[in-house]
Design a protein around this ligand. Structure first.
Ligand code: GLY
Length: 316
């Protein structure tokens, strides 16, 4: 808890998680600085496809599923609040998700059987780049300061609170408290390739999944297909073989894609590793350091709930 609501907070990481925490903290009266080593969310937040899919991602009941469902429920009001504050519109579509040749759904999730497929009517899509721009704009309006440049070490004793929200980079930071180096839970990058096709608008309604493949469409017609899970460190290379494999799998889901060349190929780094109990969301005991990372495949989905959870606790 901050000693006073006007205390300063240093948020390390300017992706969706860091930016949303910073925005929420300023609403509680904190003076917030976001420190970002890269291009503010360019490596994971804006690379993601933007599926808000707690049920169709889940294979069993878990904290991931609980947090995901809560965050999905929060999304419409979260976006409305951002729109009121910034005037910016973030593409969000409650189109549902159709899982082809699905197994059984996790109990408690609303789902409809459609032959061999399962339809999750509550699931939605969002444009994560637009969300990131909007969060930054909202933060700026509320006085969030941004510092660019690689931060290797932080002395938490100099701040009211420190939030580590640097995704896959989090555990490489040296965070000290009263001179002591804090051991941070490990974070690792899990690379994913994505490809995009420019198609006619309205080609896809719900987003589609089949095993490890997903295909979705944005309002401007861009169809995005993914993905891979690669444990290759921070290797930013875009591999044609991986893209071709996604293309082949995506064409099994949407046959029209077989004859079309991708207009974009890109990668992102999910903030791993894959943890059993959900992301790392907690205070480092006996310190003013808070951890908000390890969102793995669910960073975009879990943005509203993470921001609320961390900001509420820091502000007491
Ligand atoms: N949430 C989808 C992915 O990580 O690829």
């Amino acid at each position: 808890m901050m000693s006073s609501l006007s205390a300063d907070v240093l948020v390390i990481g300017g992706g969706l998680i860091g930016s949303s925490i910073a925005w929420r903290l300023t609403q509680k009266g904190a003076r917030v600085t976001v420190a970002d080593a890269g291009n503010l969310g360019g490596e994971a937040s804006s690379a993601g496809a933007g599926m808000l899919a707690p049920g169709s991602e889940a294979s069993k009941p878990s904290r991931w599923l609980d947090l995901g469902r809560e965050s999905l429920r929060m999304y419409p009001a979260f976006l409305e609040e951002l729109r009121e504050q910034t005037g910016l519109h973030v593409e969000y579509r409650a189109c549902g998700c159709l899982v082809l040749d699905a197994g059984s759904a996790v109990p408690g999730v609303r789902v409809e059987q459609r032959g061999a497929d399962l339809f999750y009517p509550d699931e939605a899509l969002i444009d994560p780049s637009a969300l990131l721009r909007t969060l930054r704009q909202a933060g700026k309006k509320q006085g969030v300061l941004v510092e660019h440049g690689a931060l290797t070490g932080v002395d938490a004793s100099r701040h009211g609170a420190v939030v580590v929200a640097a995704g896959a980079w989090s555990s490489s930071l040296q965070v000290r408290h009263k001179g002591e180096l804090l051991p941070l839970p490990e974070s690792t990058p899990v690379k994913g390739h994505l490809i995009g096709f420019q198609m006619r608008q309205g080609l896809l309604g719900p987003f589609l999944r089949k095993s490890h493949t997903y295909v979705l469409q944005r309002a401007d017609g861009l169809v995005i297909a993914g993905t891979t899970e690669e444990h290759v460190g921070f290797d930013t290379s875009v591999e044609f073989a991986a893209c071709n494999d996604i293309h082949r799998r995506a064409a099994e889901v949407v046959p029209e894609l077989a004859a079309v060349e991708p207009v974009r190929r890109w990668i992102g780094f999910r903030p791993g590793p894959e943890l059993e109990d959900g992301p790392v969301l907690r205070q480092v005991e006996g310190t003013n350091v808070w951890l908000a990372y390890g969102h793995y495949r669910n960073g975009i989905l879990l943005t509203p709930v993470t921001a609320q959870w961390i900001a509420d606790r820091i502000a007491g």
